[in-house]
Design a protein around this ligand. Structure first.
Ligand code: MLT
Length: 392
C-alpha cells in the first residue's frame, strides 16, 4: 500500500496548498509528465486532448466539468472527480456583490466619478448634480429566483433570504440533504416557468447541459416583470445573450451581470461583464485543490470514490488483504464472472463492495493473497469489464 510512485499531470495551475496533500515520497506532480495515473485540472479543455492510456482518474478543481469528455472517460472506466461546494462561498459573495452593483448603479456611478475633471470644488458640484442619474433600489422585499439548489445555489438563496429578500428556488434534482440545508423561508417552484413571472432578480447555479441551454430566451423574457436583473455566474450559454441585449433596450431587463464577456456584451450600457471571477479567490482555489487532491489520493491508494460526476460513491475500509478495483458495464452476471476469476487464482474474498451508477458498476474486492497477473488478465478479458486495477 503506499510505496508505489503515482504520477500526476497538472493541466492548469493547481493551488500548492492542495498539491501538498500529495506527499512527495509517493507522488510525482508536474505539468509535463509521461504516463500519468491521474490528471488534475481547472478549466483546461480536455475534449481535443489525446487521453494517455495510463490514465486512471481525472480531478477537476472546481464545479463545472464541461471542459472534460466525461462520457469518453466513463467508457474507459475512468472516474472524473470535482469539488462541489468548495467554491460556493466565493460565488455567493460575487452574486451578492453583483445584485448590489446592478441595483445601486455602482459601475456607472464609479465610471462617472472617475471621469470628473476640474478642481475639487467643481468636482463636488458635478457630484451633487450628477448623482440623480445613479439612484438605485434596495434588496429587501424584492424577489430573487435561484435556479439550481446545489451548494452554490443554496448558499446564494440563504444569504439573500438573510438580507430580507423573498427567495424562490427551482431545482428538479434537489436532494433531501440539500433541502435540509436550505432556509425554510425559501419557496420551491414546481417549474422554471412558474418562477419566471415572479422574480425581480434571477440567478443561475446549474451546469450547462441541453436542459439548461438558453434557459433565458426571448419567450421567457417576455413573461418576466419589467426591470428584472439577470445574473449569470454559472456558464456561458445558459442565458441567450442576444435576447437579453434586445430586452435591455425596452427596459424589460434593468441590468445583466455576467461572468462571461463577449463582443456583443462588452460595451453595453446596462451590462456588467466580469472575467469569470466567480470562484477566483485564494480560499476557493485552495479549497477546490485540497478537496480534489484528497479524492484522487483516496482513489489511487484505496479505490474509494467520493464526489465523482460519473461513478457511484464507494468507500470500503481497508482490510489486511490485497485490493482489486474493477469497473464494468452495469449488466447482469458480472459479479459471478469476477468471482470465478478470483476462484481460478485460488483467492479467498475478505471483503467486497459493489455499487452502480447509470451504465457503470464498480467493485472493490479485498482478497487474502497477492493477486497473480493471470487473475487480472482473466478479469480484463471478461466482456463488459472496462478496467481492472490492482491496488495492492
Ligand atoms: C467552476 O466551475 O468551478 C467555476 O466556473 C470556476 C472555474 O471554472 O474554475
Amino acid at each position: 500500500m503506499g510505496n508505489k510512485m503515482h504520477k500526476i499531470l497538472t493541466l492548469n495551475n493547481i493551488s500548492v496548498t492542495g498539491l501538498e496533500r500529495l506527499p512527495r515520497d509517493s507522488y510525482e506532480v508536474a505539468s509535463e509528465i509521461q504516463h500519468p495515473d491521474a490528471i488534475l485540472l481547472r478549466s483546461f479543455n480536455m475534449h481535443d486532448m489525446e487521453i494517455p492510456p495510463s490514465l486512471q482518474a481525472v480531478g477537476r478543481a472546481g464545479a463545472g466539468v464541461n471542459n472534460i469528455p466525461v462520457d469518453k472517460m466513463s467508457a474507459q472506466g475512468i472516474p472524473v472527480f470535482n469539488s462541489p461546494g468548495a467554491n460556493a462561498n466565493a460565488v455567493k459573495e460575487l452574486v451578492l456583490a453583483a445584485m448590489l452593483m446592478a441595483s445601486r448603479n455602482i459601475c456607472q456611478g464609479w465610471d462617472f466619478a472617475r471621469n470628473l475633471e476640474g478642481d475639487d470644488d467643481s468636482i463636488n458640484k458635478q457630484t451633487e448634480a450628477g448623482k440623480k442619474n445613479f439612484g438605485g433600489f434596495e434588496l429587501p422585499g424584492r424577489t430573487l429566483g435561484v435556479v439550481g439548489l446545489g451548494a452554490i445555489g443554496r448558499s446564494v438563496a440563504n444569504a439573500a433570504n438573510a438580507l430580507g429578500m423573498n427567495v424562490i428556488g427551482f431545482d428538479p434534482g434537489l436532494t433531501v440533504e440539500g433541502a435540509w440545508q436550505l432556509s425554510s423561508d425559501v419557496q420551491k417552484a414546481g417549474s422554471f416557468d412558474e418562477m419566471v413571472p415572479q422574480v425581480d432578480y434571477l440567478t443561475f447555479h446549474v451546469p450547462l447541459i441541453d436542459a439548461t441551454r438558453n434557459m433565458v430566451n426571448a419567450e421567457r423574457l417576455a413573461n418576466m416583470k419589467d426591470n428584472v436583473v439577470l445574473l449569470n455566474f454559472a456558464r456561458k450559454g445558459i442565458v441567450d445573450d442576444s435576447a437579453v441585449s434586445e430586452a435591455i433596450k425596452t427596459d424589460k431587463v434593468y441590468a445583466y451581470v455576467t461572468d462571461f464577456p463577449s463582443n456583443l456584451l462588452k460595451n453595453h450600457e446596462r451590462v456588467i461583464t466580469l472575467p469569470h471571477l466567480g470562484a477566483s479567490t485564494t480560499e476557493a482555489e485552495d479549497n477546490c485543490a485540497i478537496m480534489v487532491a484528497e479524492q484522487i489520493k483516496d482513489y489511487l491508494e484505496n479505490g474509494n470514490i467520493h464526489n465523482s460526476v460519473n461513478f457511484p460513491e464507494v468507500r470500503m475500509p481497508r482490510t489486511a488483504g490485497h485490493r482489486l478495483a474493477i469497473v464494468n458495464s452495469n449488466v447482469p452476471n458480472m459479479l459471478s464472472q469476477i468471482s470465478t476469476e478470483l476462484a481460478k487464482g485460488d483467492l479467498n474474498i475478505l471483503d467486497m463492495l459493489n455499487k452502480s451508477r447509470g451504465d457503470l458498476a464498480y467493485t472493490l474486492v479485498d482478497v487474502d493473497k497477492e493477486v497473480p497477473d493471470t487473475v487480472v488478465q482473466g478479469m480484463s478479458a471478461i466482456d463488459g469489464v472496462l478496467s481492472v486495477r490492482l491496488i495492492g
